[in-house]
Structure formats: C-alpha cells, structure tokens
Write a protein that binds this ligand. Structure first.
Ligand code: RIB
Ligand code: CA
Length: 334
C-alpha cells in the first residue's frame, strides 16, 4: 500500500495483530486500536517476551480493559526448531507489561482455535483484504504457511517488526547481528521472508532511530485518556531498562513503528530484495538481503526468491508525532 491509510470507515484496514505483549507490543496495540484507519479483526499471541500463557493473558487483559472486541487466539509456545530463549523479564518485567502495580488478570477467554488456524480461517474468509502485522517471533505465520501455503496469496500484505540489516550503523539487539524476534525463531522468519507474499520488514535499522522520551510519555499520561495513563505506567520499567542497557533517555519504539509503517509507509525509506535468515552457528538470526539490481558472485541462497521490502530509513519525529497524536485522539482517534 503506497498511500496514507484512509480514515474512511468503509476503507478501514482489516488487520490481524500477531504479538507477544510485551510493553512495546502494548504500545503498538493501543496505537492501532485508537487509529480510525485500522480495524483489528483478530489478535494472535505467541511466545517471545514472555511465555505464551503470559502473552495471551496480557493480550486478553488489554483487549478487555480497552474495549478491543477482536477475537484473541493463543499461538505457539515454542520455536519451530531451536531451543526457546526464555522470557525477557529484564526488559518487560515479570508480568510482561512492565511490572504493573496491579495484578494482570482477564475474564475474557481466547478463541477456541489455535492462532495459525485463526489466521488461515480469517484469510480464507477475506481473501486479499487482511494485513498481518507481526510483532513477535514469526512461528504462527510459519505454521499457517506450512499448513496452508495458499495463505501467501490470501493476505493483503505482511508487516513485520524484526530483523537487523546493518544500515544506519545498527546491528542486532539479541546478538551482535540478530534482532530478538528473528533470533527467537530463525527458521520461522526464513519461511515467512521467503514465502510469495508481500512482506515489509521494519527492523532495528529504523526502530533504533525512533526514541521516545519521557516528555512524550508524560503527554500520553496527561492527554491520552486511559490508554495514555496505562502506557505511562507500563513503560517505567522498560525505560529504566533502556537507560541501563543503551544509555538512552527513553525507549526505542519497535512494534509501534511497524504500525506507523502500515499507516504511513511514506515515512519509511525501503529497499527491495530477497531476504534470508541465518538459522545456525554464531550468526543465528542474522537477516541478509540481496538487494535488487546488485550482482553477486555467490547468490544461490537468494536465487529465485520473492523480493521483500526492508526499511532502511525513517522520519522518526513524524513516527513519534503520529503515535502520540493518535493515542491522544488527535488523529481522529476513537
Ligand atoms: O527486538 C524488538 C522486538 O522484540 C519487539 O517486538 C519486542 O516486543 C520484542 O518482541
Ligand atoms: Ca513484540
């Protein structure tokens, strides 16, 4: 999609969120929920920032608390092949939502279907209409492709927060070369990036350019209603982590940047080419693009694969402004 997302109700974009909340997943979910151009038609959960029982509970909690009526379908508990890496408690807290002051509970129940079956059913029911926004390890999407390869033709597009391609001086965050979502399930990521559907990859190359400071979080708290107050509360642990780990004042906006790319793709510079993922050894999780138009003497691993779009630049201030404006209601938020 090359133009700014429409806010016409009839043209609202149907979206399935695949997510591992996760503080920045919660930021992205509330961003999408508040934006009038997005119609959340489903939320599928996956292990990653926490185990899938916790990410599913957190998703149900967020949906219940903020009136998100999309079905929630529980997904994969483990990666396809590699051993699980374990919960990112240091980053997202013991509850996965920044160690909130109150217990995270939900009365809502998940959909009866497994996440990848929910994805297959929804794409079959709405061929060509639904965008998959994937913000965690890509296991659910890979399982859907394995069970029903036709989903690659049924999705409108796939937007992934993940990967690190070394542009803008940014390497990995989980290893020197690997981004966390991709490292958590490199086989799944390779399957998703090499499938014949249009994938836009919003990696650390651009999300490490989008730094949200406490002044912006304070504006959410003061002007963003219940959503903004919650995002202030759940971001405190997360901001402290980034202060210690990266020496920055604030936090990098990973998952919400993928939503911004859905809404306003013109805010991102993109590069086309087939993408592969290293699935073993010290570089496990590294994402490598063979740029279109460039000639390589050793290109067999990328030969005859679909070209995907990797984001290599971003108008970071505009992404932050869009996020804050939307949560505070200025983008025609609900
Ligand atoms: O590397 C950042 C990604 O890993 C984000 O999606 C964050 O939520 C974690 O899942
Ligand atoms: Ca995530």
């Amino acid at each position: 999609m090359s133009t700014k997302a429409s806010t016409n109700a009839a043209a609202r974009l149907p979206v399935i969120f695949d997510t591992d909340p996760g503080v920045d997943d919660a930021m992205a979910l509330l961003f999408a929920h508040r934006h009038p151009a997005v119609r959340l038609v489903g939320i599928t959960t996956v292990f990653g920032n926490a185990d899938v029982a916790v990410t599913t509970r957190n998703t149900l909690f967020l949906a219940e608390r903020f009136g998100i009526d999309a079905p929630v379908a529980r997904g994969a508990a483990l990666p396809l092949v590699r051993p699980p890496r374990g919960a990112a408690v240091e980053v997202h807290g013991h509850d996965g939502l920044g160690n909130l002051p109150e217990p995270v509970t939900a009365c809502r129940q998940p959909d009866a279907r497994a996440a990848h079956h929910f994805i297959i059913d929804t794409l079959r029911a709405r061929p060509g209409e639904v965008t998959l926004v994937a913000l965690g390890p890509l296991t659910n999407l890979a399982l859907a492709l394995a069970e029903e390869p036709a989903v690659a033709r049924l999705a409108r597009q796939v937007i992934v927060m993940g990967g690190a391609f070394g542009t803008n001086g940014h390497g990995g965050n989980a290893s020197p070369v690997a981004e966390a979502n991709v490292l958590s399930d490199p086989h799944a990521a390779d399957a998703v990036f090499t499938a014949p559907w249009p994938v836009t990859i919003v990696g650390l190359d651009v999300t490490h350019e989008v730094l949200m400071d406490d002044a912006a979080f304070a504006r959410l708290r003061d002007e963003g209603g219940a959503e903004g107050a919650f995002l202030w509360d759940c971001s405190r642990h997360y901001v402290r982590f980034y202060g210690r780990a990266a020496g920055v004042r604030g936090c990098f906006v990973h998952d919400a940047s993928a939503v911004a790319c859905l809404l306003e793709p013109a805010l991102f510079g993109q590069r086309a080419g087939a993408v592969r993922v290293v699935c073993d050894g010290i570089a496990m999780g590294q994402t490598i693009q063979a740029e279109e138009g460039k000639r390589y003497s050793h290109a067999e691993p990328w030969a005859d694969l679909p070209s995907q779009r990797v984001c290599t630049s971003v108008r970071a201030a505009d992404v932050l402004a869009l996020f804050v404006r939307t949560v505070c209601g200025g983008a025609g938020g609900r």
